[in-house]
Design a protein around this ligand. Sequence first.
Ligand SMILES: Cc1ncc(COP(=O)(O)O)c(C=O)c1O
Length: 469
Amino acid sequence: MVEDKIIDKAPVTLKEQKVNDVKIKNSLNSESDKATQPPESAAETVLDPSCDEKNPRIISFQDVCQAAFMIKGGIDFTPCRRSHLSEQSGIEIFLKKEFQQYTGSFKERGARNFLLHLTPEQKKNGVVSASLGNHALGLSYHGMKLKIPVTVVMPKEAPIMKVQKCRSFGAHVLIQGEDMAAAKKIAMEISRDKKTPYVNGYDHPLIISGQGTIGLEIVEQCEGADAIVVPVGGGGLIAGIATAIKTLSPQTKIIGVESNKCPSFSKALQHGGPVYTPNLATLADGLAVPKVGCNAYATVKPLLDRMIVVKEEWIALAILRLVEMEKCVVEGAGAAGLAAILAGQLDEFKGKKVVLLVCGGNIDTTTFGRCLERGLAAEGRLMKFNVTVSDRPGGITELCRLISSIGVTIKDIMHERAWLKDIYCVEVKCVVETADFDHSQQLKKKLMENYKNVFFNEPSFAIHKSAAF
Ligand SMILES: Cc1ncc(COP(=O)(O)O)c(C=O)c1O
C-alpha cells in the first residue's frame, strides 16, 4: 500500500547519497551511452525520495482502489464509447475520453489523489512540481479547489495555452528550463529550499495509483477488451492502468505508444531501465519526458505486452480523423493510439476490441490548424501545383474550368509572367481542395493530359489510400 508518509520525506542532495556504484559510473562513461546522459543544465542535483532508482516502488491493485475511493466526487467518470472509426479500420475501437476532464486531461486523477494525502501542515504550505502542461493544469485546478497553494515550473517548450490556464487557476507559474529534465531540476531545488513536497507528475506512487483509476472504469465500461493502447511519457499513466487491468482482466493486452521524437520508454526497455533520452520537438508534447520514472518502469515492465513507436505524421493525421469522425479536439499525445492504428501497427487486432486512451485535448489552436492542413495535404485532399498556361485571353479561365469540371475547389490561386521565357505563357500557382486521394489522382491525370508543364508539390509525408482509412 502507498503510505501517506512518503510525502513527508524532504529531498536530499546528491552528494549525501553514495553514488560510487562502479557499475553505474562505468556505464554512464561508456561511448555508447553518451546520448543517455542529460545535459549539465538538467543533471539532477537533488534526489526525489519517492522516486529512488535503486529502490523503485511497485504500486498495487489495492493502491489503485484506494485512490478511486479518495478521488471519487472530484473527478469526472468519462465516457468510453465505440468509435465511428471501427468500420473503416476493421477493429472494434472504443475511445476512453479522458480529454473531457475539466482541465482537458487524465492528469487530474493523480494530482487530486496526491493533494488529498497531504498532512494539514503540508496543505497549508503547498506543493511544487514541474510539468509540460497537463499535470500542471490538473494540479493547479485541484489545488485551487482544495485551497492548497501550487507552484509549477514549466519548461520553455510548454504550450502557451497551458501556461495561461494554470495561472488562471491561481498557481504560481515559473517558465524555466529548456526541457522537462531542466524544469524538474529547478522545481526540486525549490522543494528542497522551501521544504514543500515535490509532486512528480508521472512517477510518485500516489500519482500512478490515481491514473490507475482509469483502468477500473475501462473494465466496467468495456468488458472483455482485447487490448488497451496507452500513450506513454514518463510512464505513470500506463503503469497505473496496467496494474488495474492485469488484476481484473489479465487476458487484456497492455500496449504502450510513444512518438518517434521522444521514445524514452523504448530506450528504457533497450537499456534495461530508465535512461536519459534526448527528445525532439513533437506534436505529442505531453509525451516529451526525457527519462521514464523508475517506479512507473518497475511497475509496468512485467505487465507490458508491447511498446509501439509511431511516426509524428500519423499523429497529425489521427488528430484530423478524430475531429472529422468523432468531433473530438485532441492533442498529439491523445491521438497517439489512433495514429498507431492508422499506421497499420495494430493490424493483428482486426476483428477485436481495442480501447484507445484519448487522454488529452489541450492543443494550441495554431498547432491544431497546422495538423489539420498537414493531414489534408498528406492525404491529397489539399494539393499544390504550378502549371504553365497560355497567356492569351481565356487561358486561365480554361484552367479554372478544367479544375471545376471534376468538382475540385480552388483555395488559392496566383499567377506570374515576369520570370517566364515564353512571353505568351503565364505560370499559375494553385492550392486546391479535393474529396479524397482518388479525386486528387483524377485531377493530376487531367492536368497532365492538358498541359505540358505541370509541377506538383508533394508533401514530405504522402499517404496513399491503401495505407490508411
Ligand atoms: C495527454 C497526455 N497523455 C499521456 C501522457 C503520458 O502520461 P505519463 O507521463 O504518465 O506516461 C501525458 C503526460 O503528461 C499527457 O499529458
